[in-house]
Structure formats: C-alpha cells, structure tokens
Design a protein around this ligand. Structure first.
Ligand code: PNS
Length: 180
C-alpha cells in the first residue's frame, strides 16, 4: 500500500496591536486554528503609539488566554509584517473582517503586502456576529466611561482594565481639558 506523504504544516500569522485583546480577536484566532496547523499571534511594537497596555502586558494576556492551546504562539514584531512572516516561514496572514468599513483599509494592506511578498497570502476571517462591533478602541472608551464590557473581552482583560482605571481617568480628563 502506498502512503501519501503528509503535507507540510501550514503556519499563519495573526498580526495586530491587541491593545487589548478582545473576544473578537479570540474568535478569529480560534477560527484560524481550524484552518492552519499553527497560528502565531504577532503583537506589533509601535513606538509611535501610546498604548494602554505595554507590549509585555499584551503578550502576557494573550498567552494566558491561550494557555493549553499548543498550536497558538505569541510573539512580537517590528518592521514590515511580510519580513517577519518570511522569517517565520508563514504561509498566510490572518486578518479579521468585521464590517464593510474595515474592507478598504484591509484590502489596501493585503494588496501592498502581496506586492512586497507574493509567497504569503492574506486570509480574511469573519468573527461571530456578536463581535462585529467590538474593537479595542471602543472597549477602552466604554470601560473608561463606566460602561459594561463583560462578554466582549476575556475575564483577564476586564481585570487588567480595572487596574488601569487611574490611567484611563487621566486620559479622559486630558481629553476633556483639551476640548474645554
Ligand atoms: O490591529 P491593527 O492595529 O489594525 O494591526 C495593524 C497591523 C499591525 C497589521 C499593521 O499596522 C502592520 O502590519 N504593521 C507592520 C508594518 C507594515 O508591515 N506595514 C505595511 C502594511 S501594508
């Protein structure tokens, strides 16, 4: 009986800021795990932005949420995403598409990335409907203004948001003063 050679494992990179990780991200990562053998969640190191969570905190959060999921790895990167993907031997870049409003930016990015590296294909995945309006930016804003975010972020994120309340309050008063 002839045996078919096993296909080489497929690796995808899921890049983003993850400031913080939301349940929408978690949903996309889980969907990615159905399709790919390994998924690397790659947190962008962006010196130009002032994130709420440090890189270390964001990595810790994602690792905690995916403890026990051996095919999910968490890493950081800077520079071009396609260069990082090439170094890792990635076959694909995963991006989540929530609504048409995401499409234009994502389309531009996918085509630019393809121009830079033809060997890595961008794959768009749609989250479950209940997460189509969830974004890290909105989560921070709603939480900062006292709104309920449970169910939209992992529990660990909710706990850590509570620890950041003072920073969030300072930011809010900064915004109010600037608008006064
Ligand atoms: O979650 P985000 O902030 O929308 O993720 C954006 C991200 C990290 C995917 C994008 O900014 C990125 O890939 N940055 C790395 C620099 C790069 O490769 N830029 C060219 C993209 S066409």
């Amino acid at each position: 009986m002839s045996s078919t050679p096993s296909p080489s494992p497929h690796l995808a990179v899921f890049p983003g800021s993850f400031d913080p990780l939301t349940n929408g991200h978690v949903d996309i990562i889980e969907r990615g795990c159905y399709i790919f053998d390994r998924v690397i969640v790659a947190v962008l190191i962006n010196e130009a932005k002032t994130p709420l969570f440090t890189i270390k905190e964001r990595v810790e959060i994602i690792r905690e949420v995916f403890t026990g999921t051996p095919n999910v790895e968490v890493d950081t990167f800077d520079g071009l995403l396609v260069d990082y993907g090439r170094r890792k031997g990635a076959d694909a870049i995963i991006r989540g598409l929530r609504a048409m409003s995401d499409f234009e930016y994502e389309f531009q990015m996918a085509l630019m990335n393809r121009r830079l590296n033809h060997d890595i294909e961008t794959v768009f995945l749609m989250p479950a409907e209940q997460y189509t309006y969830t974004s890290s930016r909105l989560i921070k804003e709603v939480f900062m203004l006292g709104g309920e975010v449970s169910g939209l972020v992992p529990d660990v994120v909710e706990d850590r948001l509570r620890n950041k309340q003072a920073i969030l309050r300072d930011r809010l008063s900064g915004i109010r003063n600037a608008n006064a």
